[in-house]
Write a protein that binds this ligand. Structure first.
Ligand code: IFM
Length: 455
């Protein structure tokens, strides 16, 4: 029998997620300044299909339709992100009224249809002006982030009860400043770990600022966690898994949840001296108590010792690690499908912070979609991925893990960063020519699941 909504406590939160640059468009409206992504998408070759987020899903102009879509799906909650340069075009100074007004209107519309807002303060769109002052490699950016967080939460606390400081700081640091495949596209090797530290410091500085502005707020951070296993029992392969788990998971889990940095990872990076001098004293700030941990889970890594391929790596200091294809089915991203890996990462997070509520803040899959002659979009593979991962959540609850919510990535097809429009993760199909939205069969399955209408 298929998984059912009543396999979960009635308090369990079901939602969908998006991010500002991926859906909003309207990049030059309301006084919004440029972000690092506005600059990056203009670099020749940076985006696979040459698309940009200039229009994206035109969400800014279609917000009413999009809220109605969510109400139609029957979700309890919607996780969206706030575009920093729509609030502070230069990353400093007062909050723009148009920017605040847009998010207030969105939150009010959501509340009016019974959907609870969950806002992420930073989903990768740093104001370009701050990047020009050094970006996340500069400590000052952490302070600017906390200041921005305070401005936003003071304005929206009455309509947004749930806040996420950062989305996936691993990506901001290591895709942005090491491999350079994401904005700002820098290739700084192990120095990218300093960006990771400043992101985490920004989180730690922002948490008390959010609480001050909104004493009732529920506050957390979202990390992208991977289940990591060695390809064999050979010591070198086991070490490869230690390295990737260290850089991808523990470098973020440990400071946030336990107030420590994993020494083995700082050694792998060759950054232990910099951290000793500049970072370790910040650990009590970074470990500010949070109300939940957001976990984004997509795939599992199987690792073995190999040879560096000479390309800028997202795993600086561990360039020799190879990622092995196990033969498991993959999504269009090439990411292996391992629903059990979700249990692994939830167990890992729960072990680091026993009892802390965990929320899957993203989980989803990309597949090529086709609109049928009758206008429908049948996506059996995405539907199966969604069902299998919801089943894994049910198993997590059965095991007694403190999992309290699940957000599908993503509400609707959108600008998939370096992949542009060439990858679709949505439960709702978007025709980028007409902006028509069509729920896919995965979205219709989610709706039946949420309404307890599945057989
Ligand atoms: O689209 C992204 C999202 O912005 C962050 N997490 C992973 C998703 C799929 O790549």
């Amino acid at each position: 029998m298929s998984v059912r909504r009543d396999d979960f406590p009635s308090s369990f939160t079901w939602g969908t997620a998006t991010a500002a640059y991926q859906i909003e468009g309207a990049v030059a409206e309301g006084g919004r300044g440029p972000s690092i992504w506005d600059a990056f998408v203009r670099r020749p070759g940076a985006i696979t299909d040459g698309t940009t987020g200039d229009v994206a899903d035109d969400h800014v102009h279609r917000v009413g339709e999009d809220v109605a879509l969510m109400a139609g799906l029957g979700v309890d909650a919607y996780r969206f992100s706030i575009s920093w340069p729509r609030i502070q075009p230069e990353g400093t100074g007062p909050a723009l009224r148009d920017g605040i007004g847009f998010y207030r209107a969105l939150a009010e519309r959501l509340l009016a249809v019974g959907v609870t807002p969950w806002a992420t303060l930073y989903h990768w769109d740093l104001p370009q002006a701050l990047e020009e002052r050094g970006g996340w490699l500069e400590r000052d950016t952490a302070h600017r982030f906390a200041e921005y967080a305070g401005l936003v939460v003071e304005e929206l606390a009455d309509v947004v009860p749930n806040w996420i400081t950062l989305n996936e700081p691993w990506c901001s640091a290591f895709l942005g400043y090491a491999s350079g495949v994401h904005a700002p596209g820098r290739r700084e090797g192990s120095r990218a770990a300093r960006a990771a530290h400043h992101l985490l410091l920004g989180h730690g500085l922002a948490v008390p600022v959010v609480r001050e502005a909104a004493p009732e707020a529920v506050v957390g951070i979202t990390l992208n966690l991977y289940s990591v296993r060695p390809a064999s029992d050979a010591a070198a392969d086991v070490d490869a898994a230690r390295r990737i788990d260290g850089l991808g998971n523990r470098l973020f889990l440990d400071p946030v949840l336990t107030g420590s940095y994993p020494e083995d990872v700082l050694d792998d990076l060759g950054e232990a001296p910099w951290f000793a001098e500049n970072a370790l004293a910040d650990l009590p700030t970074i470990a500010a108590p949070i109300d939940f941990l957001g976990v984004n889970y997509y795939s599992r890594h199987t690792t073995r010792a190999g040879e560096p391929d000479g390309r800028p790596s997202a795993n600086p200091g561990s360039e020799s690690v190879e990622f092995v294809e196990t033969g498991a089915p993959v999504t269009q991203m090439g990411w292996e499908i391992h629903p059990d890996g979700l249990l692994d990462v939830l167990e890992q997070a729960a072990a680091a912070a026993p009892g802390l509520p965990l929320v899957v803040t993203e989980n989803g899959s990309a597949y090529e979609d086709h609109v049928g002659d009758d206008g429908s979009v049948d996506d059996p593979e995405r539907l199966a991925y969604l069902r299998q991962h919801v089943e894994a959540c049910a198993e997590a609850v059965r095991r007694g893990l403190p999992l309290t919510g699940y957000f599908a990535w993503t509400l609707m097809d959108n600008f998939e960063w370096a992949w542009g429009h060439s990858r679709r993760f949505g439960l709702v199909h978007v025709d980028y020519e007409t902006q028509a939205r069509t729920p896919k069969s995965s979205g219709l399955w989610f709706r039946r699941f949420l309404r307890s209408e599945l057989d």
